[in-house]
Structure formats: C-alpha cells, structure tokens
Design a protein around this ligand. Sequence first.
Ligand code: NG1
Ligand code: ZN
Length: 592
Amino acid sequence: NKEKLKELYSKFLKNKNANFEYQYGTAGFRYNHTLLDPVMFTTSIIAGLRSLTLGGKAIGIMITASHNPPQDNGVKIVEPMGEMLVESWEFYSTQLANSLQTFEFFEKKLCDIINVTVQKTIIENSLTKNDLKLNIVLGKDSRESSDRLAEIVSTTITSVFSNLKVKVKDLGLVTTPQLHYLTRYANKEEIDITTLKLQSTYFPHFKQAFIELLKLHYKEIDPAQVRDYLSYFPFGKLVIDCANGVGSYQFDQMIKNDPWFQSFVEIINDKYLVPSSLNVNCGADYVKTNQRLPENVNGLLTQKQGASLSNLYCSFDGDADRVVFYYLNEMEPSQFDDPHQKQQFHLLDGDKISTMLAKFFHDILAQAKISQDELKLGVVQTAYANGSSTLYLKDNLKIPASCTKTGVKHLHHEAVSQYDIGVYFEANGHGTVIFSPKVYKVIEAKLESIHKSSGERVPKEIVALKTLKLFTELINQSVGDAISDMLSVIAVLIISQKNAEDWNKEYKDLPNRLIKVIVDDRTVFKTTNAERQLVSPRGLQEKIDGIVAKYGPLARSFVRASGTEDAVRVYAEAKSTEEVEALVAEVGELVK
Ligand code: NG1
Ligand code: ZN
C-alpha cells in the first residue's frame, strides 16, 4: 500500500539522524530509544515479509534492550519455531533500515527485497494473492519507550499490508522467552494467533513439568500434599531479583494463584512500573559484571541474618532471558574488612549452570544405560567461559565442550548440529539445553523394551528415563529462559540433594574481569578463532600475547567489539585477583 507507506515513511522519520548507520547485531537492533522509530518501521515491514514468504507462519517481534540501561531499547525478529532470525534476513533488515535517505531510495530497496523474497516464493510455489497471509506476534518489555515503539509496529503492519490477510497479536508486557515460546506454540499447534494466552500454555506447562519431576523422585509423599515436598528443598527460600523488569510481573502472574510456589519464593527488585529503575544496581548483568549482590539483598540480610544464609538467590535480567545464581556464607572474622559485611558472596554463573546440568544429564544417561554413542551429550561455551569450567568439563567430567562466537544464535546452532543433548550457556547466564528428535525416540524405545521384559530391570532405569523426558519439557528449548532455567536448576538441586555450596564446590572459578573500553571506532576490531584473537588492528594481538605471557600459564585475555553497545570489551582471567586486575588494565590501556 504505497500511499500508506509514504505517509508512515514521513511520520516515523521525523527524528531521523540521516548519517546514522543501523546494524542488526547480536540481539537485533539496539540503541538509545530516540533513534529507533525509523528502525521499528522498517523492521516491521521485514517481519511482515518474512511471514509472507513462509506462507503466513507466525513471526515474533520483541521490543526490548535486555540488560541495557533504561533509556535504550531495541527490536528483534523471531522465526516461527522460536529461533533467532536467519542470517540472510538480518542482512535485509540492516539494508532496509539504512535506506531511508529519500522515499524513492527506500522504495527501490524495498522492491529489491520483495523481489528476492516474497516474489520468488510466490512464483516458486505458484501462490495467488488469496494465499498471502501474514501473522505477527508482538511483545515488549517494561521500558518507558516500549509502548510507543510497539504502537509503531502495529500501525506499520496493519497499514502497509492492509490489502492482505493480516493478523497482529499484541501480547503486551512479556519476557523475551515467552514471546519465543508463544510464537513457536502458535506455529506448532497451528492455532489462530489471536487466541494465544500465557495462562493456558506457558504457565501450566512449566509448573506441571516441575511438579511432575518432584513427584517422580519423592513418590512417598501424597501428591495432593505438594507442600510437603518443601522438606526436600536443599535451601531455604528462593530469592529472585527481577532487575525491576518484566520478569517480576510475569513470574508473579505465574505463581499468583499458587500458594505452594509462593511459600518458597520471594521476589525482590520488582518495580517494573518504575521504568527508570530497570537494571539499575540489580539484575543478572549487574551481579555478574560487578561480582556483587544486587540492591535490596543486603537489607534483607540484616533483617533476617540467620535464615538468609540458607537462601538461594538468583537474578534475572531486564527481559528475563538470563539468570545467574548466588549464595552467601559466613566468613571467618579475619576475612572481612567491613564489620557489617560478615557474609561472603559466591556467584554461580552461566558456566556453573551449564556444567551442573551437563553433569546431571551425564549421570542420568548412565543410570538409564544410554551410551555416548547412542546419544551424544556436549556443552557449548564462548570465549567468556571461565577457563576452570572448560578444564572441569574436559578433565573431570570428560564431556566434550565446543567454543563459538558470542551471541546465543551461534551457541544454539553449534548445540543443534553437534549434540543430541546440547547444553549451551554464555557465562552471563543466557542459555538453555536442546534435545534432538533422537532423544525422544531412544527414551520411548527403552521404556517400551523395559515394559516388555516384564520388570526384570531396576526401576532406577525407568526413573532416569522419565526424568530425562520431563527435563525436555521443563527446559524452554527454543531460547534461554530465566524462569525455565531457574526451575531446571532448582529441580536438579532438589533431585540430587545438593545445596548451593555443594554445587559451587565442583570447581573453583579463576579470578576474572570484564571491562568496557570506549574507542573511536569499534568496527576496526576484527577477530578470528571464536573471537579469541584479533586480526585487526594489525599487530595488536601480538602485543596482547606478550602481556598475557607475563602472567603465567593460566592467564588469558582477549578483546572484541561489542555487538550491542558502542564499546570494546576486554576480558581477562589469571590465578589471582591482583593479577587479573593488572592484566585487564594493561590490555585495556593497549586498546584505548
Ligand atoms: P556483546 O555486547 O556483543 O558483548 C552481549 C553479551 C552477549 C549476549 C548479547 C545479547 C557478554 C560479554 N556479551 O553481547 O553474551 O548476551 O549481549 O544480549 O556478556
Ligand atoms: Zn536479556
């Protein structure tokens, strides 16, 4: 609809900074919200075209800037099965976003994209205009700018494609993984997107899987008395820091009619209605980067000192696709400088989560008598994974570990292509586990053969098989999901009767530090070898290698341009805190 297109073009370009170059990066487009109106317009069109080329399959659009500060925002497109947008379409998104100089130029670019996408699909599949449908599922986080940006999406889709069969389902305030889940659900179940509801899909699905796991392992309790399961919890309360974001609203929705869940959960930093507090001194990124407690945990400690030492804490990020855990224990008097701070903070990050899940599945496979040849279990990490975690996987657990570029789409791809059970997490707590179709087949076949062999085998094997099956449900396989990952972690702790300290003991993190350096042009920093080495600027890698060599065999440091912020990240690890601080500072100086 050309008239509409022109009208919207002028409307959303009011604030356009003509020289700005947009890039669909690791997490879609992400910038200060004032730069985003034009990009919302073009990205909505791209999402609409993507749905058209897939015969009207539902495509997701999520408006969020995750852990970024409140003034930022962003948008990303979700594929029908809940995956991130395919790479060729990232390219079209970037092209169209940078074609807004004049309407004629924009129109030409759009026609080019339509020709190689929709037009091609129409010809190849001999479609008629009547076959052209498009379905968009829209979600947003709790930022102040999210309403305005969501409005642009709805308006653009409904006006630009007004002569086709268009449906837009606005889910309102949802977590990023919920948007992925519902998009996938709509396509898998082939349902009308306008009927999508979390209350009848996402919430019962994950709660059910969690409770079924407890029932499977603690049968002696009358299943009606779920409250009694609490005596098996190897921790006191589960305290969830929601970064003052949408996670607090959604998790509250999930448990609000459920006194049992409420009895062991405490939600803090839940001010999602105060957007200026989003991610400020709290949330997964704050806790992981600063390696310290978020705001409001301290207060809690002084109030209920005794009890809180047995609590398990976790932090979601702003859109609840990441989670990190932590706990506190009493320090020796000689260990604390500040007499008010008598507890020591221990972080259980994405690497600790992935190694624990990998060990758990490794043991379950052994109990179910499934060999590595039958089902291949492996872990995918990035260069930011702590060196100790990689050594622990390879030397202690003997589980294969691969390293990919930053960004979950790379980890996801590696996990799917290399493993039947692929555990992938970024150190920052973003990740999940994927199970190949073979996993389901092997479980069914084994269960069937056990039934046939009339109970000669031990029930342990059956429990293991059923456990594995329930974990395929409890884990949100389409994307990292703080709520689902959190429930999976506590299920593992409960089933294996481990507390946070037992979990942490498996290996000791090397002291590490991640800093941001602002540079004139981050695009000159180009890397190779899963981002662990620089190829440009020339000569810089040799200098970094020279510095790292001074800090002994365990030391490591690498530099890469961020895909989500205008900065360069410098990561370092070494055998002591002093050494890591010196190393990161030295490499940081070099980059400036
Ligand atoms: P960038 O800004 O490209 O480093 C950050 C995270 C990624 C990923 C994306 C998307 C680090 C070091 N980087 O990417 O892991 O989560 O954001 O949110 O944590
Ligand atoms: Zn996030």
